[in-house]
Design a protein around this ligand. Structure first.
Ligand code: URP
Ligand code: ZN
Ligand code: ZN
Length: 484
């Protein structure tokens, strides 16, 4: 069995930091050791972590590789996207398999599984997108949960594409409560948005900026409120994806203050990018078109506050890249035809680390938001998101003093622009270990396509005990460690 010793670093977990060495045997962590206390046998590979932070591998629970959208596909394959993720310190992604309209959820899962298996350079799991909630599909959910696909996303946006009405949502939530699944919600009032879009286009306003103006933050707040009410009726746990608006955050905070099992993620684009970017010259604005849209500074301040108070529990990317050439330009004169989504899987750890540099969050909170909390919420803990003996040896050596500039010129995502072009960041990934294999060594990819394995996730548990269902349903106490 191979042995690695990561020595001399500062180990940081969601509970704090300490000097420690990490011994890896095969694919797992064998021990955390007081530095320099173990005689190292000659067969052990020694990895020098002096001056580095040693953290659990990042877990990005919101990616879309090869996702069909608006007549095209997101530009990263599982091969290119997972490699880029590894460069950025992410060792597990959870992507979305889409139930085809009129088809089965299992069929969607098989399609996405075939794309990822043999391609992914890091471990991967799947949520489902239920795009057509029927009785048959809801029957399938129980088997899918058994098979480790323990969460599904519903859309209150995109009528005619992914949209579910309130009745479908309630039924899907009731099934989730019974099956032990987490419901993930794209919370924007799509019916109202479509009216605003139609009116803007009729008035000759087709420019990218109108994408933001036709998706006002109050319509995200309203949908978030409705989703929380419906989840309460059904008694299921609810996770709001890509939360961008202060009105939506207020709804989540209020629900959590009542002890509800309501969680939310935000994404780097909502923490760093301003809505004015969508008004850029020529086609520039299309680069920043995603849904919900990027917003004004007051929303960003609220989101940073939410990250500190745990009203926002996770930072994921919603990585859904489309090239400017041939893809974003599909909406040249009509913003509603711009494929929605931004690249980001490579930069999540670095971008959120700027919150540590700027004293907005602690080091431990950085680890919690990018790794430990997503692992707990999505049934991956303790194998992922921790550095406990027995956990998968997914380890990142992070250099807190590295300075670099984000740019499409040297990023690894298969997309022809960067949403963060020219942004100077402090801190950078040095070395990445995925299940005991070094996949990034001093910034160079040393992994291989197909190294990544499908991870079966446990059903949602508010106690953190694998396999233990929610029990007390909506009445359960959200303050228990496992639910965080
Ligand atoms: O604009 C976005 N967010 N594109 C990806 C699809 C989704 O709604 O997550
Ligand atoms: Zn969405
Ligand atoms: Zn998404």
């Amino acid at each position: 069995m191979s042995r690695l010793l990561v020595e001399g670093g500062t180990v940081v977990t969601s509970s704090g930091a300490a000097a420690a060495d990490i011994l890896v045997e095969g694919e797992r962590i064998a021990a955390l050791l007081t530095p320099g206390t173990v005689p190292v046998d000659p067969g052990t590979t020694r990895i020098d972590a002096r001056g580095k932070l040693v953290v659990p591998g990042g877990i990005d629970v919101h990616t879309h590789m090869e996702m069909p959208f608006g007549g095209t596909h997101s530009a990263d394959t599982f091969s290119t996207g997972s490699r880029a993720a590894a460069h950025g310190g992410t060792t597990t992604i959870v992507d979305f398999a889409i139930q085809p309209r009129g088809g089965s959820a299992r069929q969607g899962l098989e399609t996405w599984m075939a794309r990822a298996e043999g391609s992914c350079a890091i471990d991967f799991g799947f949520h489902l997108i239920l795009s057509d909630v029927t009785e048959e599909v809801l029957k399938e959910v129980y088997g899918l949960v058994q098979d480790g696909v323990t969460s599904y996303k519903l859309f209150m946006a995109y009528p005619g594409v992914f949209y579910s009405d309130d009745g479908q949502i309630l039924r899907a939530m009731q099934t989730a409560a019974e099956a032990g699944a987490m419901v993930m919600m794209h919370a924007e009032n799509g019916i109202a948005i479509d009216v605003l879009v139609e009116q803007a286009l009729a008035a000759g306003r087709g420019e990218a900026k109108m994408h933001g103006e036709t998706r006002p933050s109050v319509l995200e707040g309203e949908a978030t409120h409705r989703a929380i009410v419906l989840a309460g009726v059904a008694g299921c746990p609810l996770y709001i994806v890509h939360l961008s608006a202060m009105e939506a955050l207020a709804e989540v905070s209020a629900a959590r203050d009542e002890g509800r099992l309501v969680f939310a993620e935000t994404c780097p684009q909502y923490l760093f990018l301003d809505e004015s970017l969508m008004a850029g010259p020529g086609q520039e604005g299309a680069k920043y078109v995603c849904s919900p849209p990027i917003r004004a500074g007051a929303h960003r301040e609220a989101l940073w506050r939410g990250l500190r108070t745990d009203d926002l529990s996770v930072v994921a990317t919603d990585h859904c890249p489309f090239c400017m050439k041939d893809q974003k330009e599909l909406g040249r004169d009509d913003f509603s035809k711009i494929p929605n989504g931004l690249p980001g899987v490579e930069h999540r750890m670095d971008l959120l680390y700027q919150g540590v540099v700027g004293n907005r969050i602690s080091l431990a909170r950085w680890v919690e938001l990018t790794s430990t909390a997503p692992s707990r919420l999505f049934g991956l803990h303790p194998a992922k998101g921790s550095l406990l003996p027995g956990a998968d040896a997914d380890i990142v050596l992070y250099d807190p003093s590295r300075q670099h500039t984000l740019s499409a010129a040297d990023h690894h995502m298969a997309v022809d622009y960067s949403a963060y072009e020219g942004m100077e960041v402090t801190g950078g990934v040095d070395t990445v270990i995925s299940r005991g294999q070094v996949v990034i060594e001093r910034g160079v990819f040393t992994g291989r396509e197909g190294h990544g394995r499908f991870v079966r996730r446990e059903p949602f548990s508010c106690t953190g005990t694998p396999g233990q269902p929610m029990g007390g349903g909506e009445m359960a106490d959200r303050s228990t460690e496992g639910a965080r």
